[in-house]
Design a protein around this ligand. Structure first.
Ligand code: ADP
Ligand code: MG
Length: 340
């Protein structure tokens, strides 16, 4: 059975960056305002994430890594609306099958913190040991895929895996205003990414992607159709709200398109939207660099594909053609106005 579990885990978690993405989403779900990531050997050796979120109660620790343990699906309704970033309780379970994992956590209001190691979804004896801690959670993932030789071999060099990690952390750092996010390599005193909880989104772009990018970005705001709340049904009217930042005619830095896309708080890919925007930039600004875009898209939760598998970063949603067209038109208007 463990073999099956390991194979399944290797599909949910493909590389250090995908484990980190899951843990980062959990920290954000926990209401953290400070998240720091520490990485050894591109995450092949160690991934550690520390947050100041709600913590995990001692009683919840034994089942933390059981499949389908989640604090985020209180009702079926929630499953339908995917109202939080996490779902289905697969991530920690999977990670525990393919790494050495330890958790140190202190729940808000608790007297002690606890530390416990996990293996194959279970706590290792002797179970949670009380430790001095501060409210929040630290999860350490060591030796990822030590027991899955095919995945272990497929891991790239530390620097390549680390660039995937920085990509994930950078995207969430730009999205998550109000949260200080940092990412540092073990042995280095300076973090490679560091944002503050009080800075603006543009400040975060500057910290992650550099001043040359941040300087040239135009703000975008688009609201179309009905609301974007959970009350809007699947076949209801188009409901759409987009907040964005996008490069304009003076932007010369980009060698490849960067599309930092969040839909309902999840970092996703949407190839049709990407192709559409690349085409638009190529036709309007043929001499400009490849575009840089950040889009925070809100859709009625029921209109986003609910069966999204953790590995499927590609998202599906209702009214896709209309939504993409609305975004295309808004970006076009912005670019034309700025190019006058
Ligand atoms: P999901 O996010 O789908 O619920 P996970 O396997 O990612 O599933 O996490 C399982 C549960 O562990 C979460 O629902 C949450 O209750 C708890 N958890 C995980 N990470 C944290 C964290 N950093 N802070 C507080 N609780 C956490
Ligand atoms: Mg999760």
């Amino acid at each position: 059975e463990n073999v099956v579990n390991k194979i399944a885990a290797g599909e949910v978690i493909q590389r250090p960056a995908s484990a980190l993405k899951e843990m980062l989403e959990n920290s954000l779900d926990a209401g953290s305002t400070q998240i720091s990531v520490l990485v050894k050997e591109g995450g092949n050796k160690l991934l550690q994430i520390t947050d100041n979120g709600c913590g995990i109660r001692k009683d919840d620790l034994p089942i933390l890594c059981h499949r389908h343990t989640t604090s985020k699906l209180r009702e079926f309704e929630d499953l339908q609306t995917l109202s939080t970033l996490g779902f289905r309780g697969e991530a920690l379970c999977s990670i525990s099958f393919v790494s050495h994992m330890s958790v140190t956590t202190m729940a808000r209001g608790a007297q002690y913190g606890y530390r416990v190691n996990f293996k194959d979804s279970e706590m290792e004896p002797p179970g949670p040991r009380p430790v001095a801690a501060v409210p929040g959670t630290t999860i350490s993932v060591e030796d990822l895929f030590f027991n899955v030789p095919t995945r272990r071999k497929a891991l790239k060099s530390a620097s390549e895996e680390y660039s995937h990690i920085l990509d994930v952390v950078g995207r969430y750092a730009v999205y998550s205003t109000g949260v200080a996010i940092s990412c540092r390599r073990a042995g280095e005193s300076r973090p490679d990414i560091s944002t503050t909880a009080t800075g603006s989104r543009l400040d975060a772009v500057r910290a992650v992607y550099g001043a040359d990018v941040a300087r040239e970005l135009l703000p975008l705001l688009l609201e179309a159709g009905g609301g974007t709340g959970p009350e809007v049904s699947v076949d209801g009217p188009l409901g759409l709200r987009v907040e964005g930042l996008l490069s304009g005619a003076n932007y010369v830095t980009g060698k490849k398109t960067v599309l930092v896309l969040f839909i309902n708080g999840r970092c996703v890919e949407c190839s049709p939207l990407r192709r559409c925007l690349e085409g638009l930039y190529a036709s309007l600004l043929p001499k400009a660099a490849r575009p840089w875009l950040f889009l925070d898209v809100r859709l009625p939760p029921r209109q986003v594909e609910v069966n999204m598998h953790p590995t499927k970063r590609e998202v599906g949603f209702m009214h896709q053609v209309e939504v993409i067209e609305e975004i295309r038109r808004a970006v076009e208007a912005k670019l034309l106005a700025s190019n006058e």
